[in-house]
Design a protein around this ligand. Structure first.
Ligand SMILES: [Zn+2]
Length: 122
């Protein structure tokens, strides 16, 4: 794999996750730094395993989700299960291409990672 492809996958992952954060009004300065940290970590990861480049977006989304859970709370909240206790969406596949935010309770794919804005607008 060429370096450009690797950089492109990281750039895309960053843009997709930032779009989802902005959709939920979570894209504040300290949250942006969480995304930068996740991208930096996954840059190392994908350099070790270039075949995983197309998995990076899903992984960065999960990294940011984990980091937010400690500092901010559950993100992103499920827009489908509005009558129950709020719960977070999960990324599926956890390690694969074309990651989506899914509600495991209702067993529905809510939106592709990077397109959460369309699902939250109602
Ligand atoms: Zn749900």
């Amino acid at each position: 794999m060429e370096l450009n492809t690797l950089e492109q996958s990281l750039h895309t992952a960053r843009a997709l996750v930032m779009a989802d954060l902005a959709a939920g009004d979570v894209a504040e300065a300290d949250v942006v730094s969480l995304v930068e940290d996740a991208v930096t970590h996954r840059r190392w990861w994908v350099e070790q395993w270039p075949e995983g480049a197309e998995f990076v977006a899903g992984l960065v989304a999960q990294d940011v989700q984990d980091a937010l859970l400690e500092r901010y709370g559950r993100w992103p909240l499920c827009p489908v299960c509005t009558e129950e206790e709020p719960h977070a969406l999960d990324v599926e596949p956890e390690l694969g291409p074309d990651p989506h935010w899914v509600c495991t309770k209702a067993a529905v794919a809510v939106a592709p990672v990077g397109a959460l804005g369309g699902a939250l607008r109602r």
